[in-house]
Design a protein around this ligand. Structure first.
Ligand SMILES: C[S@@+](CC[C@H](N)C(=O)[O-])C[C@H]1O[C@@H](n2cnc3c(N)ncnc32)[C@H](O)[C@@H]1O
Length: 264
């Protein structure tokens, strides 16, 4: 039996943890499983820091909004992958559920949670049908790194809003803003753009079985203004793009990826 600081207790023996780490390779994240156990991510070393930045930004936003209420919060991690953020939220005392479209990711997530002594529930599900599948709300929802892999971002954000009780944190790649006016029935009648959505062909990665893609080969990527406009239209009362910390991952520092907090 392995014990972790903070009262968490691993459900697995050292041998089981060692075997699990090997069995589920390749890993996407550098999971710290405690007691010297960790996984080595297969992503390029210079990209690994992305997760430190995102986690630091999520933790700061959650602490600022919820304060001491963090203990016991109900959190839904949508597109939870190997459970990196779900387990991190659980370590803050939240009751966490993770959903993901891919069972192969969820198997790793369950192992990570068991090895870390985190009581996170994981189940297969798609963001496109979330509201109906869940039938309830969570105080905090995380929608990290998923929006730019989906075919229908507005549908997905409506689903995310429907299961968000209080605050949602969205993290996404963004495209450069395009400003302008669309003609709207006559040369002199125009409407300003509210940001843009780029269409992305992800079929190469999708057909190669990449575990990070969406459930269809077509992806979309919003500009920052489009993201804020869609969040509002999806049912969030206000949303803001958060400033990255000074040591942020280079994409966050350059504004090519953003972390956005949205409130119901
Ligand atoms: C790029 S990874 C991001 C994982 C994690 N949230 C993070 O930020 O590190 C995208 C994850 O979302 C899952 N996913 C993609 N499309 C989904 C969908 N439509 N519904 C639910 N999960 C989806 C993938 O299986 C993958 O685990």
């Amino acid at each position: 039996m392995i014990f972790y600081p903070g009262g968490l207790e691993s459900a697995l023996t050292s041998t089981e943890i060692r075997q699990g780490i090997e069995k589920f390779e390749p890993w996407f994240y550098a999971h710290d499983l405690g007691n010297g156990f960790h996984t080595t991510p297969a992503i390029p070393p210079q990209v690994v820091h992305i997760h430190n930045t995102r986690l630091a930004m999520v933790e700061a936003a959650v602490a600022l909004h919820f304060g001491p209420r963090v203990q016991g919060l109900e959190c839904l991690d949508i597109g939870c992958h190997e459970g990196f953020y779900a387990v991190a939220m659980s370590r803050h005392g939240m009751s966490v559920t993770g959903i993901d479209a891919r069972e192969e990711n969820l198997q790793r997530a369950r192992f990570v949670a068991a090895a870390s002594g985190a009581g996170v529930r994981f189940r297969q599900g798609r963001v496109e049908t979330l509201a109906c599948d869940e039938g309830r709300t969570y105080d905090l929802t995380l929608f990290l790194g998923v929006l730019y892999h989906v075919e229908d971002p507005m549908l997905c954000l409506r689903q995310v809003a429907a299961v968000t009780g209080e605050m949602c944190i969205v993290e996404t790649q963004v495209v450069d803003e395009v400003e302008g006016f669309a003609e709207w029935g006559a040369r002199e009648w125009t409407r300003p753009y509210q940001g843009i959505i780029a269409l992305i062909n992800e079929s190469g990665e999708f057909n190669a079985g990449n575990r990070e893609t969406g459930v269809r080969p077509m992806a979309t990527c919003p500009s920052p203004k489009a993201l804020l406009f869609m969040l509002w239209q999806a049912g969030f009362s206000h949303a803001e793009i958060l400033s990255p910390p000074p040591d942020a991952y280079e994409q966050h520092a350059r504004g090519k990826r953003v972390v956005c907090a949205a409130w119901r």
